[in-house]
Design a protein around this ligand. Structure first.
Ligand code: URA
Length: 262
């Protein structure tokens, strides 16, 4: 049977295609190449015999259910550098988003810069290039930063709450944010910026535990032990250009804070 599932499909599209076939009544998977099930069964039998012959494991307790947040905390704690943190995130297997993503989107800009921007999650362009904020919203972000003399080439470090693209750009789930938050916290600690720019509601929720960006924006607060300013997400500004005026005020406030901080 022609499955319609091709090798270039992402995980979520393949899963949707499979569900669709089940709904149509498919109850057996038949591949195009013949499979010698006798040979497979002989191999399985040998493996079972080896297991039976193995020494009794004693009173082995069943493996405890893994807790994704605890695992993330341990993995993040173990990272002593940004490179190690990237590796730890790449090895983290609890988040389903990873299976549908092309790339881990870790950071862009200058590690150690005074300004660290925290966005929400990669979109299609970011997923393809493996870098945050490279699509239309990212280009607007670059122009916003340029207006106060900042740039990712020289003076800004950028990351996201989530390193993998959610399918169809849906909002991240609370469980996904909770399990990736220990990595974000460690990311901020290792990058050690003077201040944080938190863009969008999802990032505010993750780092401040608050939403309502229209009220929060432009109000200096503290996150991860350093000054932080929430701002409108550039994707929102693309849809609502009228709000650029407020963002200009926030950018001036950011510029003044940088001058005022030691
Ligand atoms: N939106 C984000 O929040 N982050 C990106 O990297 C791209 C778009």
């Amino acid at each position: 049977m022609e499955t319609g599932i091709d090798a270039g499909m992402d995980w979520f599209a393949a899963r949707a295609a499979l569900d669709w076939q089940l709904e149509l009544g498919a109850d057996e998977a038949i591949g195009e190449a013949p499979v010698d099930r006798f040979a497979i069964e002989a191999g399985a039998q040998a493996a079972r015999s080896a297991l039976v012959a193995a020494p009794a494991p004693g009173r082995m307790a069943p493996a405890p259910e893994a807790d994704p947040v605890q695992d993330a905390e341990a993995a993040a704690r173990g990272a002593a550098t940004l490179d190690q943190l990237r590796d730890a995130m790449a090895a983290f297997d609890h988040c389903d988003l990873k299976r549908g993503a092309r790339n881990l989107v870790f950071c862009d800009g200058v590690p150690g810069a005074r300004v660290m921007i925290v966005g929400e999650a990669p979109g299609r362009d970011e997923d393809r290039q493996g870098k945050p904020f490279v699509g239309r919203a990212g280009q607007l972000l670059d122009r916003m930063l340029g207006a106060i003399g900042l740039s990712r080439a020289e003076s800004v470090y950028i990351t996201n709450v989530l390193p993998w693209r959610p399918p169809q750009n849906r909002d991240p789930k609370p469980t996904e944010i909770a399990m990736m938050l220990p990595f974000l916290r460690r990311h901020i600690a290792l990058a050690d910026p003077d201040l944080l720019v938190i863009v969008g509601n999802i990032s505010c929720n993750a780092l401040l535990g608050r939403t309502g960006i229209t009220r929060l924006r432009g109000q200096w607060t503290e996150a991860e032990g350093r000054p932080a300013i929430p701002m409108f997400h550039p994707a929102y500004l693309l849809r609502q250009p009228r709000m650029k005026r407020e963002t200009w005020a926030d950018l001036l406030s950011l510029s003044a804070k940088l001058k005022a901080l030691p």
